[in-house]
Design a binder for this molecule. Sequence first.
Ligand code: GLU
Length: 503
Amino acid sequence: MSYCAALTKSGGGGYGFFMEIRDRYAPSPTGLQHIGGLRTALFNYLFAKSQKGTFILRLEDTDRTRFDPCYVENLYKSFEWLNFHWDEGPDTGGRAGPYIQSERFDIYKKHARNLVENGKAYYCFCSTERLEALRKERDTGYDRACRDIPADEAAARAAKEPHTIRLKIPLGEKTTFNDILLGRIEWKNDDVNPDPVLIKTDGFPTYHLANVVDDHLMEISHVLRAQEWLSSTPLHVILYQAFGWKTPFFCHLPMVMGQDGKKLSKRHGATSIDEFRKNGFLPDALVNYVALLGASYEEGKEIYTLKELCDRFSLEKLNKAPAVFDYKKLEWYNARYIKMKTDEELAALALPYAEQAGLFGHCGTEPSVEQRALFTQAMPLIKERVTFLSEIPEKLGYLFAEPPVPEAPEFIPKKSNNEEALRLLKIGRELAGLMAGLDDDGAEKLAKEQAGKENVKLGDLLTPLRAAVTGSRVSPPLFASIRLLGSQKCLNRIDRAIEKLGG
Ligand code: GLU
């Protein structure tokens, strides 16, 4: 069913049902941000933007045992790197804040107590030991032992005894909802987790309560989340009903799998955003690729800006089938995006990798003005040749520091010898002085003429020269390298090489 149909069916009359399209990304900071999270965040963002709606970030940090502030930091860092912004959130603020659940505990308690007063929830006094023994004994979960304690007695005991608050699931009924992607979902209430805890003994809310209360108070119109949450949704719908609130529209997104059909995990390769960053991926290449995981936009078009994605996104374009994460395809995107960048853009993106690799001195050294200019000028040399930003520093090392003189065999053209290599290098020395002042075409013309005169192949003439100037017989384009280094540096390197070859 399309989401328009879902909207109409629910009696809302189109988008008017919710005054505004509002959706959210609601991560729990219990791990690093990964591809699955990015995909959920991105689809929520694209949907909100495609509907001129509002995209919200909410931190679901109710699980205090697995919480670690480093994961919050990782979240902000990852999304900042991705250049991805929310309209409302912990850092940006907004009319429905605070957006961090640990700052909203009083709100959840108040709502849970309201449910108890209305007979929709109840105090449970079972000890941890009893519940543990129960879990060992039967696999159907809690036995609802406290469900029928008379309200007055329960309230009096709650004032003195440790307790939890549990939802009173209406038994013998069915709960149904329309998932925008999966259609009508029906669950027998008796099969839903028996009377789940809403407020724990320590007064903290559980995920289910906080999630539902916040989605309501933050006026979330659409819940787009990973399919692993589908089994929680009947319980959430029961909670909405208990509160007497309208349910938002649900859309459970297809899973992201590795190529072996198993859920994407570390076994398949990098999964955390941070790892992709470290490995030299471009944020826009990653966003472009992830936006296509489980959605199709335009036949034959593969490169999209964020704006183009926003213009084209619709929930009808989502696929039901699991999405397969193809690392090779992502690499293809990365190489394409590297080629599409201007020299200035690419240099700015590659700079942190170059600093880290010690290209400008020691590890972490920032470039001087001259080094920065040279780095930018060198971008055309590698743009067509790299897949990852992290490859760039190593490829350009010879421009920033004199490479060691290679061993003799590096200089020798195929089917040739030391003597000939030395002879060609001496010719190359004359050429290099001139080439430094020429553009690529001019330098090539000069080299070809010389090769003709000597009756040698152009490649053979250039092999010793390349090895001397760049330190390797395989390198970025030679003529541009000579130009960027300038004649003096080239001649020094060539002289050292001539010496090594015994000349
Ligand atoms: N905190 C949940 C998570 O970590 C949010 C699930 C939802 O979007 O409702 O994914």
